[in-house]
Structures are given as structure tokens and as C-alpha cells.
Write a protein that binds this ligand. Structure first.
Ligand code: AMP
Length: 447
């Protein structure tokens, strides 16, 4: 099947040709025609599968073919969990909207509020946003969503995991009219809150499930290496950095402190790397990501902050210096390599502290795992015996219970409440219920 069979506007077909894509990916093949009928869609698709164009192409087509419901309000709103992902969506949007007059703007947490107000005043047809900041503008009555034609939720599961449910509800209610179409994308549909939200937001949606996030990434060679301790991990890391043919590499650590420590250890050995952590200012994070995306840096050390969405085509390797706590995060991390048909390598270090995470990952992958060994660096550690692990758990639970008893009564803190004045066009200004405004930057990185 070719893109021409979708009956897309010729400008869109030309833009796709210009991007060098010959045929639609599986998710595009299924989601584009479904969304073009105007019906709601809920889709799961693994990371790097081409889902961005799967929602952007039908959105552009709808805008080109249909008259706007409102001259002022945005016509398409795309929500993403992170600023980095939003920027990537905008880059794709700019590429496919090149032959049109549509304006698009980014509304992200951590960036200048007044600049965003000015951008909203220009009545862009497209908004790509993170939910916290967008809800903030909405609460202040700085723009309206009464004329919204298409609401798109990218990585809905992650937005919900990050605690954006109240903002998503607020946005949904602000754009609640029968002509609105909603497209919801999620790494997994097997997520209680996603299902619950889908019921609220979508009308008789078409369900599309492409593979599952647990299905093996065929283009990614996964290796697991046992390690004894931190120094051993360090030695193995240096070994792989010297012996593998690396274009670009992302090294994931457990915490921000580990990220910084590892980057300075590497630097002490004369190995240049950049460290990305949530503690940095947004401008600093942008600068680091841009230099890495442009290939100016070869090694990026980071926490799970960079595990999702980012489309970095030259990443040949991912190393899990520490395994992630949640097994699904492993799938997202390794998905940073092997993008769009390229080959990738994922190497994971498993020390005693990583063992519980390793067992969860193994269960999620549902496959036998053979450990890789490096000559002269074979670990003495061969896994935690189940009995010992169970004992450790019991002991751990006991300690937790003791700690629980000792916990002092929680101190109630005052929550910041902002009142939203919603002006509904001809109607007088109405004072609505208080809405708690949470900015995306309020959310701390989970490490
Ligand atoms: P996404 O899942 O949207 O992040 O896309 C992953 C990568 O696949 C991006 O680099 C896209 O530009 C690329 N891509 C999207 N659609 C296609 C296609 N039809 N053929 C080849 N690559 C594509």
C-alpha cells in the first residue's frame, strides 16, 4: 500500500515524499483511514512505529477539507506528556504543513508565559502542548476550545502516570461538543486509567492495537550482563564503549545523582559525555538534547527522562547501567535505538540491586534470557536465590511496617488555588469552580 491510496491532499503526499517515506507503517495503515472517516480512535502502538504521522496526516487533511468551526479558536490540539516529545511532534507538523497556511504553536511548561500568550493571540490552528501549562492558560481565560475540531492525546498512558488526569479532564470539558473528534494514542491499552479515560473522552472509538509493547523489538539486539558491583559496571561500560561500533549511545542510570557521578567518572577517564537530568533548567535541557540530536555529542547519560518518545535516529546503542524500576520503562528505554528500521543494540547490566527489576522485565518479555559474558570480566554474582529474595522481601516489609508505625501525622499544607474566569463569547464572564493549576514543571522526575 502507498500513501497515495489514502486520498490525502496532494500537498500532504508531496510532503511525505519529501520526507522520504515510501509506504505507511502498520499503525499509519490502520489509523489514517479510520481517523479520516471522522470517528474517534484509540490506538496502541509500540514506540518508534510512526504514530506521529498516523495522527498528524488525518488532522491536516481534516483542516484542509473542512471549514473551521471558529475563526479564533484552535482547530487541533495535540497533548504530549513531555516538552521534548512536543517539540518532536511540532517538527513533524512543520514538515507536513509546509505547503499550507496553517499556524502552529507550542505551549510548554517551564517556558515564558507571556510569549505563549502572544502566540495564542495570533489564533494558531494547531497547538502542541503539555497539559499542565495549557490548562493554566485555559483557567486564566486566555483562549477557548469551543471551536476545537480535533483533540489528540499522544502517550496518554504516560500523561496519566504523570498525574495529568485533572488537566486532561479540564481540557476535555472545555472542548466538549458533538463535532469534536478525539484520537488517543497510548503505548499500551492495558492500563486501567487509560480505559477509564477513553470512556469519558471518546465516542464509540475504533480500537487499533499494533503488536504490543512487550513484543520483541526485532531490530534491537538485547544483551544482559551480570555484574558484581558499581566498579564492575564501570569496567564493563568502558569495555563496551571501546569495543562496540557506536554511532551514538544513551546510558540510563537509576537516579540524577548517578547520572552526574557517571558522567564525571567518564570525564575523568577522558571520555566526553553529556548528562541530562530533570534538575537542569529547561533551556539547559533543550541545549543538551539539541546538541545530542545534531550528533555533536556521542554519549548521553540520563535517567528515564529521555526514555520515551524522543526520535533520535542515530542512536545505535542503549546501555542500562541500572535497570529501571518498572518493566515497561525498559521497553521504552531500548526503543530509543533501532528506530525506523535501523539496527540497534541494548545492553543491560544486572547487579544484585537490579535483580528484582530484571525478574519483572523477564516476565514482561516472556522470553528465555541467556546472559552475555565478557572475557576476563565474568561476574561472581549469578542471581538472587528465590528463598533469599523472599526472605529479603519479608525483612524489607517488616522494616517498612516498623517505619510506618513511626511515621508522624501528616502536616496539612495549603494548596494553591487559582480561580478560573471563563468567558464564553457572548455570555457574561462566569465565575467557575476553583481549578487547581498544576504546571508540568511541578512534576519531579521519578528517580
Ligand atoms: P514516531 O513513532 O512517530 O516517533 O516515528 C518514528 C520514526 O519513524 C520517525 O523518525 C519518523 O520520521 C519515521 N517514520 C514515520 N513514518 C514513516 C514511514 N512511513 N516510513 C519510514 N519511516 C517513518
Amino acid at each position: 500500500m502507498a500513501f497515495t491510496q489514502f486520498n490525502l491532499d496532494s500537498r500532504l503526499v508531496r510532503a511525505i515524499e519529501h520526507m522520504g517515506f515510501e509506504k505507511p507503517t502498520d499503525i499509519q495503515h490502520q489509523a489514517i483511514p479510520a481517523a479520516m472517516t471522522g470517528q474517534d480512535v484509540i490506538a496502541s502502538s509500540k514506540t518508534g512505529s510512526g504514530k506521529t504521522l498516523a495522527f498528524l496526516l488525518p488532522a491536516m487533511q481534516r483542516l484542509i477539507k473542512n471549514r473551521a468551526l471558529s475563526k479564533k479558536d484552535p482547530r487541533v490540539l495535540i497533548l504530549t506528556p513531555t516538552r521534548e516529545l512536543a517539540k518532536q511532534v511540532l517538527a513533524h507538523l512543520k514538515a507536513i504543513s509546509a505547503g499550507t497556511q496553517f499556524k502552529c504553536t507550542l505551549i510548554l511548561g517551564g517556558e515564558n508565559f507571556n510569549d505563549q500568550v502572544k502566540a495564542l493571540d495570533k489564533n494558531p490552528e494547531f497547538i502542541v502542548a503539555t497539559p499542565g501549562r495549557l490548562a493554566d492558560h485555559l483557567s486564566k481565560g486566555l483562549f477557548y476550545l469551543n471551536g476545537l475540531e480535533l483533540l489528540i492525546l499522544d502517550e496518554a498512558d504516560r500523561m496519566l502516570d504523570l498525574g495529568f488526569a485533572p488537566q486532561l479532564k479540564q481540557i476535555n470539558e472545555a472542548a466538549d461538543h458533538r463535532k469534536r473528534q478525539t484520537l488517543m494514542f497510548s503505548a499500551t491499552l492495558d492500563h486501567g486509567q487509560v480505559e477509564e479515560f477513553a470512556k469519558d473522552l471518546l465516542k464509540k472509538p475504533k480500537r487499533i492495537a499494533i503488536g504490543s509493547i512487550t513484543s520483541e523489538h526485532v531490530d534491537i539486539k538485547q544483551r544482559f550482563v551480570l555484574c558484581d558491583h558499581l566498579d564492575h559496571k564501570q569496567q564493563l561500560l568502558e569495555h563496551f564503549l571501546q569495543t562496540e561500533t557506536i554511532q551514538q549511545i544513551i546510558i540510563f542510570t537509576a537516579t540524577r545523582a548517578d547520572t552526574e557521578r557517571l558522567a564525571s567518572e567518564l570525564s575523568a577517564k577522558g571520555i566526553t559525555s553529556v548528562a541530562l537530568s530533570g534538575e537542569l533548567k529547561q533551556s539547559e535541557r533543550n541545549r543538551i538534547m539539541e546538541s545530542f540530536a545534531k550528533g555533536q555529542q556521542k554519549i548521553l547519560v540520563t535517567t528515564d527522562l529521555a526514555s520515551r518518545g524522543l526520535d533520535l535516529i542515530n542512536v545505535s546503542h542503549v546501555i542500562n547501567f541500572d535497570l529501571p524500576k518498572h518493566a515497561e520503562e525498559y521497553i521504552h528505554r531500548i526503543g530509543r535505538t533501532g528506530r525506523a528500521g535501523t539496527k540497534g543494540d541494548a545492553i543491560s547490566f544486572i547487579g544484585p540491586k537490579d535483580w528484582a527489576s530484571y525478574l519483572n522485565i523477564k516476565a514482561l518479555l516472556q522470553q528465555e534470557i541467556e546472559f552475555s559474558q565478557v572475557d576476563g570480566m565474568v561476574a561472581k554474582f549469578s542471581g538472587v536465590k528465590p528463598k533469599k529474595a523472599a526472605k529479603a522481601n519479608v525483612a524489607d516489609n517488616k522494616t517498612k511496617q516498623v517505619q510506618k508505625k513511626k511515621k508522624p501525622a501528616a502536616v496539612k499544607t495549603k494548596k494553591k488555588i487559582i480561580f478560573s474566569d471563563i468567558n464564553t463569547g457572548d455570555m457574561p464572564v462566569m465565575r467557575k469552580k476553583p481549578v487547581k493549576v498544576i504546571d508540568e514543571s511541578d512534576f519531579k522526575e521519578q528517580d
